[in-house]
Design a protein around this ligand. Structure first.
Ligand SMILES: Nc1ncnc2c1ncn2[C@@H]1O[C@H](COP(=O)(O)OP(=O)(O)OP(=O)(O)O)[C@@H](O)[C@H]1O
Length: 472
């Protein structure tokens, strides 16, 4: 009997000890997660071109994997801080222009679903009833790309017309084009077509068939965001818009251009260009008839993939903004985006480089080129106030540039400058000018072409942004 009591006490003690050990391990794991989360949050964002004034206070460092009721795997409480999003994104590697889609609950806990613009996603269709979170989703994508890629690697064309949400991008160096006024939409569409043709000519000159294979540094990935497709239709009419979309979406990919097209529903648009979409991201829709036009799969097909169709998602009016059904090929997932609040947005925009005024840019580029040339020629130190720079910048300000030479003649001989100017007036790229004038594609010849073209504003690699409503 006594033995039985001893054995019982022993079992009880072992059970207690085991329970205590499990509780301790859980606590340690919990503190470790807090530590890891805090360490991530305290790291500065990837680019630090500008010094932000103040970092927002972090509210919720632990990721909550609970799914939102009725929204499949989409999280109920995705991380609110954009820097958690960026840390997670960077952890996955940003080499192929990776960007975030949204958070979902997996066996690993709260997980970020991402996609890449190189060798993965072509164009994106972003749909959902008003207030479903389309603009916020696009903002997350563009901000992430801007914070992980330099303006030389990635540029944006933002065609809005809905309001003033994107105005802050106007002065940013990543912004190639910003049309916030419906009156500028047609001009923006023409400019995008011209840019595709310009890129085509550059690739043809370089003898490559695709942007992915081009090794020059003058063709950044151009991500075009159209915030409401209906505004384009209202501006140019149905048939012209259809023709434009068919042409641009079909050809843009090969020339390093990707479109993110947002609209409340794609059901009223032509189906031809939709075949060029490789990733569908659809928020709440009021009827099952809207599922297939917005994700490319029927409600039944989505059911079979165990995802909640757009028409079955909780309504954004019900505190469920930012929930999407994402479809790529035959794969589908429900995700919820990080809501980027004004405070986070101000801070992150502050981190992005501002556009340099054109005259300042020419001056800076000239200085950089001259320092490089001086370095090549063994000149140890060259002050920005050297006679050469003064002469060159004075020559830039002449009122009749066609009668004056753009740069000092001891930098580029006068006859070579005249020849570069003549060829650049009809050529499609600086490389083509260099080939024709110097029978070469790089070295000092290319430096001369760059100096002269920069100073004369010819064949500029980064076109300036369009005037916005405020600037017009
Ligand atoms: N991930 C999110 N989590 C929580 N709320 C969100 C989320 N995304 C968006 N919202 C809410 O939805 C509102 C509308 O978002 P947003 O402007 O991005 O929607 P939209 O689909 O672009 O709307 P519209 O078509 O009317 O322009 C936001 O102000 C926010 O309150």
């Amino acid at each position: 009997m006594n033995e039985l009591v001893v054995i019982g006490v022993l079992f009880l003690a072992m059970g207690l000890w085991g329970g205590l050990a499990i509780w301790k391990m859980r606590r340690e794991l919990q503190s470790l997660r807090v530590l890891v989360a805090n360490a991530g949050l305290q790291s500065t964002p990837p680019l630090h071109i500008n010094k932000p004034i103040e970092q927002p206070v972090i509210q919720t460092p632990i990721l909550d994997p609970t799914p939102l009721s009725g929204a499949g795997s989409a999280l109920a409480n995705p991380p609110r801080e954009a820097r958690i999003l960026l840390d997670e994104l960077q952890g996955k590697g940003t080499d192929a222009y990776r960007f975030p889609l949204g958070w979902y609950s997996s066996f690993k806990g709260a997980t970020l679903q991402t996609a890449q613009f190189v060798r993965d996603v072509n164009h994106i269709l972003l749909t959902g009833q008003s207030d479903s979170g389309k603009d916020n989703a696009a903002l997350g994508m563009l901000l992430s790309l801007a914070l992980t890629k330099t303006p030389q690697q990635c540029q944006f064309a933002i065609v809005d017309g809905k309001g003033l949400d994107w105005l802050a991008w106007e002065k940013k160096e990543h912004t190639w084009l910003l049309a916030t006024d419906p009156e500028h939409i047609e001009q923006a569409m023409m400019k995008l077509t011209a840019e595709r043709q310009r890129r085509r000519a550059i690739l043809a000159d370089a003898g490559v068939t695709k942007w992915d294979k081009y090794t020059g540094k003058d063709l950044p990935l151009l991500v075009v965001f159209i915030s409401e497709l209906l505004l384009l239709e209202n501006t140019v009419g149905k048939s012209q818009l259809t023709g434009w979309l068919n042409a641009e979406l079909t050809a843009a990919r090969a020339f390093g251009i990707r479109y993110i097209i947002a609209t409340q529903t794609a059901s009223n648009f032509s189906t031809q260009w939709r075949s060029q979409i490789s990733l569908f991201m659809a928020g709440f829709q009021p009827s099952p008839s809207q599922d297939a036009p917005n994700v490319g799969l029927t409600t039944n097909e989505l059911d079979a993939l165990h995802v909640v169709a757009p028409s079955s998602l909780p309504s954004p009016n019900n505190q469920a903004g930012g929930v999407f059904c994402v479809v790529q090929g035959n794969q589908a997932l429900n995700v919820r985006t990080t809501l980027i609040d004004d405070r986070d947005l101000d801070y992150l925009m502050e981190c992005l480089p501002n556009r340099v005024a054109p005259s300042q840019k020419v001056h800076d580029d000239l200085l950089t080129s001259m320092l490089a040339i001086a370095h090549q020629n063994g000149v140890k130190a060259l002050s920005p106030q050297t006679e050469a720079l003064q002469t060159a910048t004075q020559q830039l300000s002449v009122t009749h540039p066609s009668e004056a030479l753009p740069v000092a003649t001891h930098l580029v001989p006068a006859d070579e400058q005249r020849r570069i100017l003549a060829v650049a007036a009809r050529a499609t790229s600086r490389r083509a000018v260099c080939r024709e004038v110097y029978n070469a594609v790089g070295g000092t010849g290319y430096n001369n072409v760059r100096l002269v073209c920069d100073a004369a504003g010819l064949l500029m690699p980064t076109p300036t942004a369009m005037p916005t409503a405020s600037a017009a």
